[in-house]
Design a protein around this ligand. Structure first.
Ligand SMILES: [Zn+2]
Length: 429
């Protein structure tokens, strides 16, 4: 794309004047981020560094090349040639801009001979001191690999977000020079595995991010940014407590666990300004406890919404009474066992709640052919009974938590002995 604004034209002009990689940069590229491999073909090993081939018995993990003395990691392979691609990012400042230059390092080891390195520049990120980004890049080639660039074409301004938001993986970082404002804002060559643009933009535009980075909480900064909660007041409050108390949150695992815990605390409406909650002595325990509380709260809410929905369903309640009215007077008794019909949706809810089973939640009152009765012993709920009205048979009789009560057999016998009454009311001979 053509440069449209003054800044874009400036970047285009400066980019043309950027020096190519120096010999020391090339030396850095040659040694950085590359794993030296030896190709092992069963009997022989080929050094991909110098191309030397020698006999070797048994597959070891690592071996030293007898010709060039490089320590090689052995890879079983039938190929006689090999190639490898990685990226190097060079950080340099240029006339008030921070430039991040992405180079593709392509190693290839031909059939005869040692490896050669081909270095091509793919993308340049130009970051202004206000954190604004201008991207220069080669055109992308459509295809399976997302980092395919056409290196024959020149670099040009790219406004497509995929060039700025999508980042090249980089293995090696070469720091040549950094804007003074970045140094002032705390940058100390540690990127905490962030893309340079992401970190620089935060350090240039967000004073809170700057404080976190300076205090050594780079991992926390990275994950806060990744989860998009760097501007969330609750998280900021919790992080401020961490900073004030110098709470140890340096490792990535601890940071992730801590953030999950804070998320749970927010869901539980706990005070995230409180040191007691935010900086627990045992992070793992506090994390697990908070997770469990959230789970219980969600379960309770789920049940409450179901109950609320059913309670509002007046139509169902009315039709139940109309349909089952004729059975309401049934009462089977024997000794202190009393079995009666549930007479309303509200009674289903009470029964379900007291017996911890699903008679209410699963809408047994809406099932056309099922008659539900409650068996009580001395006034206490003992079991809930379902009868199929089509053939007047007992379907199930369940106690607390769907279990069986000590009176189960007596209850079943009493129901069976009185099924004829239900038959009569249903008009079944
Ligand atoms: Zn060698």
């Amino acid at each position: 794309m053509k440069a449209r604004t003054r800044r874009e034209r400036e970047v285009e002009e400066l980019s043309r004047r950027l020096a190519p990689l120096s010999s020391s940069d090339m030396e850095f590229a040659r040694t950085a981020g590359v794993e030296h491999t030896g190709l092992y073909t069963g009997k022989r090993v080929k050094c991909t560094e110098c191309g030397h081939v020698w006999q070797q018995q048994g597959l070891k993990k690592q071996v030293r090349c007898p010709h060039c003395n490089t320590l090689l990691t052995l890879r079983a392979s039938r190929c006689k040639k090999a190639s490898e691609v990685c990226y190097m990012v060079v950080l340099q400042s240029c006339r008030g801009w921070q430039v991040c230059r992405y180079f593709r390092l392509k190693w290839s080891c031909p059939v005869n001979g040692g490896r050669t390195l081909c270095v091509d520049e793919a993308v340049q990120h130009w970051i202004g001191s206000d954190g604004k980004l201008i991207v220069l890049a080669r055109p992308r080639i459509m295809g399976f690999y997302i980092d395919n660039f056409n290196y024959k074409e020149p670099m040009s301004i790219k406004r497509n977000v995929s060039y700025s938001a999508w980042h090249l993986p980089y293995w090696a970082v070469r720091v040549k020079s950094v804007l003074p404002v970045l140094r002032r804002n705390g940058y100390k060559q540690n990127l905490f595995a962030m893309q340079p643009y992401d970190l620089f933009c935060l350090l240039l535009t967000n004073p809170f991010a700057e404080t976190l980075y300076k205090a050594g909480y780079g991992n926390l900064l990275r994950i806060l940014d990744y989860r998009r909660v760097l501007h969330d007041d609750n998280y900021i409050a919790a992080v401020k407590i961490v900073l004030r108390n110098h709470y140890p949150l340096k490792s990535k695992d601890d940071v992730v666990m801590w953030l999950d815990m804070v998320e749970s605390l927010i869901k539980l409406d706990k005070d995230v300004h409180n040191r007691h909650f935010v900086c627990p002595a045992n992070l793992k325990q506090a994390h697990d406890r908070a997770m469990e509380q959230v789970r219980r709260k969600q379960e309770l809410e789920r049940r409450r919404t179901i109950a609320e929905k059913l309670r509002k369903d007046k139509k169902l309640a009315k039709s139940y009474v109309k349909r089952m009215n004729k059975y309401f007077d049934l009462l089977f008794t024997h000794g202190n066992i009393v079995i009666g019909v549930l007479k309303s949706v509200a009674e289903f809810e009470e029964e379900g709640k007291a017996m911890h089973h699903c008679v209410f939640a699963n809408k047994y009152f809406a099932k056309e052919n099922s008659l539900v009765m409650s068996a009580r012993v001395g006034g206490e709920r003992m079991e809930t009974i379902e009868i199929d009205l089509r053939d007047c048979q007992l379907v199930q009789s369940r106690g607390v938590n769907n279990g069986i009560s000590p009176y189960h057999d007596e209850i079943v016998a009493l129901v069976n002995a009185n099924l004829f009454q239900i038959r009569k009311l249903s008009g079944i001979a």
